[in-house]
Ligand binder design. Sequence first.
Ligand code: HEC
Length: 441
Amino acid sequence: MLPAPSRYFTVVAVATFWLGTSALADTTPPIDWTSLPVEEITLFYPGQSSFQWLHSREHPGARMVGRGIACKRCHDDAEQSMGNDIVSGGRLEPDPIEGKNGSLQLAVQAAHDEKNLYLRFRWKTQAERPGVMHNYMRYDGQAWAFYGGPRSAMRVRQGQEPPLYEDRLAIMIDDGDVERFAEQGCWLSCHNGMRDMPGEPAAEAVRSHPYLGEGGLGRDDVRKYLPVSRTDTSISWDKVKSPEDLAKLKERGVFLDLMQWRAARSNPVDMADDGFVLGYRLFDDGNNPFSWNVDRNSMTPQFMFDPEKVGKKSLTVSDIETGPEPAALIREENATRYNPDAEWKEGDVLPGRLLSRVDARGSAADNARVAGKWEDGSWIVTWIRPLDTGHGDDITLKRGNTYTFGFAVHDDNVTTRFHFVSFPVVVGIGKGGDITAVQLN
Ligand code: HEC
């Protein structure tokens, strides 16, 4: 039996004091997964098929897309061939990654009880190692510098640095308040002007933007947003509604829930992050399970591995080839303050991110029972999402209702457009849907 939430939290709180938490997250749902149906969803490589491209003359379906017709009306069961076509290069992928797969099969199982939605995912990774390394820093004998990056980065394409970027599984949820999400899913949130998309503005242009830039969100790039958050018919990145109008939309529930399981930044502490999409892709209120481990002024790490607990103070460049153990710095488990005088050698490596389950708080920490393990070349991720998180920046799932989900997987050291995405998937809590979350007794 699953402990009642109040008891669960008490147990964690008490146990934390003695042991640290990540080993204690109760990620075992009361479920025999082998008895539940498995739905196979095909995710495919979208390249630069932005909202603007879909409405342009280049897309033969543009007129119907403009009328709100579902993508699947014309593209049902075409995911694999579309992905293979786009990934190999051409008008929707000017910079292909050699050898990259065009699609990915995501196996999904779902169940629920009166408190939680239980999801289990399985997918095969293209790489023969799990993508658990992210934002690593390497010492060159004199100074620390970021090392490795996504396969799309020039220095990685040219072989100067290794591909290092975390694997991710993202879930978007709409409860019917986002117009056309049911028909067109993730594509509503993907626009020209975003990172690695056509028309990407210079960082300076974003910084001087009143909402996105220094006077507002403090960003220097453009990330996901919804058409309803813009004022012009092209849904341009810079034509943002006023903060008051955005707040009113949010209040009315017009936003997408967006949660990401991250193999490097959340999985080591048995969590996923929690955010939403409206005028931008933002995290929910509170603290994420991850933060930076870099002092930006001195470009030195702030924490290192605790030799008393790990047996070493850092990783090495050669660990990266075989898969480091541990791969993540966890404040309450294996970390200690960085010692600048600890005889650092060329090729020493430290994670540029610091994880903590204990410091994660508020609505940003709602996904606190998510566990992924990589075995036989596949990730298996089990995810327990409270039906009602109790927070206004999340979608409350109700039994008997259906919701539109969008799934995305970032596989084999990639970010931004280089992921795989699904057409909209209907998930029924107890009944209905492409996927029905089976009621548990
Ligand atoms: C009225 C029918 C229709 C609708 C609706 C439609 N499309 Fe298309 N789409 C087409 C046709 C026809 C093509 C060109 C043939 C092809 O590549 O499949 C195309 C091409 C594409 C391509 C390029 C495929 C490739 O191989 O290069 C993408 C990506 C695409 N559509 C995505 C979408 C998405 C996403 C939606 C929903 C938002 C959508 N389409 C809705 C008819 C449609």
